[in-house]
Ligand binder design. Sequence first.
Ligand code: TXA
Ligand code: MG
Length: 329
Amino acid sequence: MKTHILPIEDISSVKLCAEQIRSGGIVAFPTETVYGLGVSAYKGESVKKVFEVKGRPSDNPLICHVADIEDAVLATDELTATAKKLFKAFSPGPLTCVVKKNSKISDEVTAGLDTVGIRIVKPEGARRFLKECGVPVAAPSANTSKRPSPTTAMDVLADMDGKIEYILDGGDCEVGIESTVVDCRGETPIVLRAGKITSEDIKRVCGSVKIAGSTDEVRSPGMKYRHYCPKCTMYCRFEKTDGLQDKINELAKKGEKVVLIGNGETKTIENVEHIVLGESVEDFMHGYFSSLRRAEKVGSVIVCYIPFKECEAEGLYNRATKSCGGNLI
Ligand code: TXA
Ligand code: MG
């Protein structure tokens, strides 16, 4: 199968891809977080193909994407007050609200759960595409399972070439890490997956918040799997640069080619190839996944330095800890 990359600004490409979705095909499309691998949430057989193409365990549910809050009714009959509050505050944006699913959403999307994650995406082109589809578009991130999520059409192509027919190209994703997933069934929202919108942000809107723990049953099924891994060994260091130079010297001595992902502060570290993501949490989220894909091409070991505190960068802590498989310096 040839994989075509089409510009999302081109309305005839959008119409063609929307027709693909309605007739059961798979289309990769951009969102403000990462690219998604889209399929009609109403077509169970087609949804199964997405799990196959991605190599994803079938017990891990997919998020449904819609163009605006009015279209949430395509996926649920019970948009709770909590979901409405959060959508009002953060949508369109990097937020997924989990509520009761309606009967049209196929069981393959939700992995048999009676709930569905709903997300209202931000980029105009993506919203036009979703409106044109007229159905909720179920989509996991458009990477092969376990790999870093794709933030450009070329990243999608690297994993999906020959496996899907169309990629809608909307350029670089603004946020760079996946949405915050929140269980909105009750009065108190429960954060199932961290993202750019922090639990503090959610608390400010709803008055209270819970964070699902690792043994918690309500936890996002996806959180139990190994995720976001580069092809080579990776280490992480949070908050302080202490110990970085020693670790890098030790690796270099063993003949490893080390790539250091960091900020201005880490530029003075020697024996490494540098990738500088910037200085802010936003810079780090934006460049994180693409830097892993870049670094694995030139190095044999990746060291990633995250200069922030956990409370200000929950999403990054979660992604980086998973990427390195808990290899902390
Ligand atoms: O930003 C994003 O969320 C991106 C873009 C494409 O929208 N999508 C994404 O999808 O990251 P995926 O499939 O890679 O991750 C979805 C996460 C998983 O951890 C999954 O377990 C959780 O959301 N999830 C989906 N539906 C759920 C549900 N009904 N209940 C609990 N967790 C759910
Ligand atoms: Mg994913």
